[in-house]
Ligand binder design. Structure first.
Ligand code: ADP
Ligand code: MG
Length: 332
């Protein structure tokens, strides 16, 4: 007999009371064991609603949620919401005891019965999340990123089977996000924990996720592995969500020499090559934005603007006229 799916939602929906009833339309979903699944979508698309339903913090109006074949009950059926085998971390790290030390905050999650195990587990998770050096610091003195590491360590130290994360990096400085994402990925993979992460920012999930689910207006639009979805999204909405791309209407595309039958053409910044030719240097460089490892060029021709990635620093300056070569584009 095949085992039941790890975490499965069948025909779940949730409507909030009120005129602008948002929520979640009837949705089916299956989360694979040991994988990091990222749910992405613009603000208000139902990401938090879906996560709360999976966790049992909200009861669905219809449908069922099962964890290893066992029903997950919502707050109406169960006194303490949330399944024991699941842990949820949100962008607020309010449940930290700010006056206690980092070590105490994490150890407090474990039972008092085996002090040796308590210490060992606390030490191990602090090492995995690179906060061992902060063990003796009061939580009140930590940065946003450090607090988030502690919050995640508190969730992981009890060895949950599923970790649910709702926009966990919002309070973390951009420059520290990548390191945190990498350390979380490493830790959950080592521990074999299944992760569902919700985000409106693709940059933070593309490098972390094994599987992407795109939500739009309370419904799943598409899902798949991050690379495939990035290279060939099925929907314009997904492309827009995943990258800072240029979207041209059919008319705009035509006016700059791209013929298409589709309504829209989507061009990713890395698909455009800048070239200087003898003729047809039609595009004007309007802006050169320094981005660290590369530059973002904003080019214009006949009122059409296009964003281009450039790593040849100093080659282009504002006002210059150049030619473009398109290596790839998408049609929607
Ligand atoms: P996301 O997390 O993707 O930003 P949410 O799941 O929080 O989206 O919300 C989805 C939709 O449901 C939004 O339109 C939001 O306004 C609405 N919504 C969320 N929570 C409530 C609530 N408690 N009461 C009424 N409407 C809500
Ligand atoms: Mg949300």
């Amino acid at each position: 007999m095949t085992p039941p799916p790890f975490l499965r939602a069948t025909a779940i929906s949730k409507t909030y009371p009120g005129a602008h009833a948002g929520g979640l339309k009837e949705t089916n979903l299956s989360i694979a064991k040991g994988k990091i699944t990222a749910i992405i979508g613009e603000s208000g698309s139902g990401k938090s609603t879906l996560l709360k339903l999976l966790y049992g913090l909200l009861s669905p109006d219809t449908g069922v949620i099962e964890f290893k074949g066992e029903r997950v009950w919502g707050p109406e059926q169960k006194l303490i919401p949330g399944h024991e085998a699941m842990k949820m971390v949100t962008q607020q790290t309010d449940d930290l005891n700010v006056f206690a030390k980092v070590r105490e905050n994490i150890a407090a999650m474990l039972p008092h019965t085996d002090l040796k195990a308590k210490q060992e587990k606390t030490d191990k998770i602090m090492q995995q999340l690179k906060i061992a050096g902060l063990a003796g610091n009061q939580a009140v003195n930590l940065s946003g990123g450090e607090k988030q590491r502690v919050a995640i360590a508190r969730a992981l130290v009890v060895n949950p089977e599923i970790l649910l994360l709702d926009e966990p990096f919002n309070q973390v400085d951009t420059s520290f996000r990548e390191g945190l994402q990498h350390d979380i990925r490493q830790a959950v993979k080592e521990l074999g924990i299944t992760v569902v992460i919700v985000s409106h920012d693709p940059a933070e999930v593309l490098s972390m996720a094994d599987e992407l689910i795109v939500l739009k207006e309370g419904a799943i639009l598409e899902s798949g592995d991050p690379k495939t979805m990035y290279q060939s999204p099925k929907h314009l909405y997904t492309a827009r969500l995943l990258t800072n791309c240029t979207v041209l209407t059919k008319e705009e595309a035509k006016s700059v020499g791209l013929k298409t039958k589709a309504e829209h053409i989507v061009i990713y910044p890395e698909w455009v090559e800048t070239v200087k030719t003898w003729t047809n240097n039609d595009w004007t460089i309007k802006q050169v934005l320094f981005k660290g490892p590369n530059e973002d060029l904003l080019l214009e021709y006949k009122g059409v603007a296009i964003r281009v990635l450039n790593d040849q620093f100093g080659k282009y300056t504002e006002g210059m006229k150049i030619n473009l070569k398109l290596n790839k584009w998408l049609e929607f």
